[in-house]
Design a protein around this ligand. Sequence first.
Ligand code: AMP
Length: 286
Amino acid sequence: MQRVADGWRAEGATVGVVPTMGALHAGHERLLRTARRECDRTVMTLFVNPTQFGPREDLARYPRSPAKDKALARDIGIDVVFAPAVEAMYAEGFATTVHVAGLTDAWEGAARPAHFDGVTTVVSKLFNITRPHRAYFGQKDAQQAAIVRRLAADLDFGCRVRVCPTVREPDGLALSSRNVYLSPVEREQATCLYEALCAARDLARAGTTRAAALTRAMRHTIRRRTLAELEYAAVVNAETMEKLSDIGEGPALAVVAVRFGGTRLIDNMPLPPPTTRRAARARATG
Ligand code: AMP
């Protein structure tokens, strides 16, 4: 893979990489098509990375459809699907961990200890292996995207991190490989994440700026669903992931994590900055 990527670079081609764990859906497809459009050469990595799963998480049952995934990548025009074996990525004696401090502490990092170390270690390896000029990640995993952006800058990978918008089902549920775990009634109730985020966004648009009020609305929306167990609902700075008390304090992002039985779902939505809202109010009142 390194030789192939170096060959492309020597020809002056722009190389893009889309890291995935497979079980591809329209969210992945969006990243792949964007990479294909923006880069001369594109690599999709397909690797269910064991080190980013906790001991009680779903590594063993994580959905896998490699043949279908490779066919889709081929249809989109991806040049190479890099799908290494676990032993090839983590040879005997493997002893290195890449840790991004601070950004990884809260939210997903608090709920899933060691998860982000697994992500940043494997992404560092994938960047070194595929030598990309650009790497494509989804807004769906906003904290991961912020962490990878930090990682790429801090370790001088020479790779621009592009974050693509979240792709949703018609009823608003963000596409996720884990949605297949949901029972029909859980699937029905799972729209509460999107509804909670929309409630916060609508309040923000109408002039509410205090995070406490926005968070209350999110919690209320989620608690109406009998099977939903709220893990967190918060308003954070989209770049630092630090909790905000007012959306005027920075680029604001509403984030939620909800558990349905053994399935954890996460979602997020940018909130409009206060100036936009003031302008909107001014427009509305003429
Ligand atoms: P995964 O295979 O779950 O590791 O995801 C691979 C990439 O796809 C990550 O950058 C995710 O953020 C991104 N992704 C997952 N779901 C979506 C979605 N619904 N919309 C956009 N990107 C997504």
